[in-house]
Write a protein that binds this ligand. Structure first.
Ligand code: IPE
Ligand code: MG
Length: 220
């Protein structure tokens, strides 16, 4: 979800306002995802490298996560959405960790959509943590070790489609292992402007792709 800051700056507003608009975009996209056949949606909300942003912006983002979790968990539960916050917990402010625990418990029956919100997430960190578990023999499935390392008991499925908004074309430490065969779609749209029709176009683009997974077309 890229482009919140630029969206706000282009309107002569502070970056924090862009993040607030971005949260409304999340609500829209989450609502329409199941109708497009999406069963798992992972949103990259805060990368472990985002701690390097000005303290004021980081604080505003943490407050926004907490508010979003508090305010939205009831609606998510009603919509059949199960929420998992994937990423590190040890560096988040305590009220945010509490809001995560409550929201995950409240939405635990959701079976329409698994919504994974990546907060203080770094794919490289998850991979190191997973490798440590794997070496210790915690599980003989590396994917299972990844799922555990990212606090997602539902698993760590391969990514089918990765969409990045905001015009940048890079992965930025997001789901690196799981994206080995992901189809990539880069949208010029700033995240606060990204809506149901943009997600629909991305899915349509995905459906038109020829996925071979290393084989030749006829065998797939
Ligand atoms: C993405 O928007 C949201 C977060 C990383 C929290 P940005 O904040 O990266 O927006 P730009 O890239 O500065 O426009
Ligand atoms: Mg950005």
């Amino acid at each position: 979800m890229d482009g919140n800051g630029r969206w706000a700056t282009a309107r002569g507003r502070r970056r924090e306002l862009g993040h607030r608009a971005g949260a409304r975009s999340v609500e829209r996209v989450v609502r329409c995802a199941p109708d497009l056949g999406i069963r798992t949606l992972t949103l990259y909300a805060f990368s472990s490298d985002n701690w390097r942003r000005p303290q004021r912006e980081v604080r505003a983002l943490m407050a926004l996560f907490r508010r979003y979790l508090r305010r939205e968990s009831g609606a998510l539960a009603d919509a059949g959405v199960r929420l998992r916050v994937v990423g590190r917990r040890d560096r988040l402010p305590t009220p945010v960790v509490e809001a995560i625990t409550e929201a995950e418990a409240r939405t635990s029956d959701g079976d329409r959509l698994l919504l994974r919100l990546a907060v203080d997430y770094s794919s490289r960190h998850v991979l190191l943590e997973a490798a440590r578990r794997f070496a210790e023999g915690v599980s003989d499935s590396f994917t299972e070790c990844i799922a555990q390392a990212m606090h997602c008991p539902e698993g760590a499925p391969d990514v089918d489609l990765m969409v990045r908004t905001g015009g940048e074309q890079r992965l930025s430490d997001f789901l690196l292992w799981e994206s080995a065969y992901a189809e990539l779609v880069f949208s010029p749209r700033m995240w606060p402007d990204f809506d149901a029709s943009d997600l629909t176009s991305a899915v349509k683009e995905f459906r038109g792709r020829n996925r071979r997974f290393g084989r030749v077309a006829a065998a797939v």
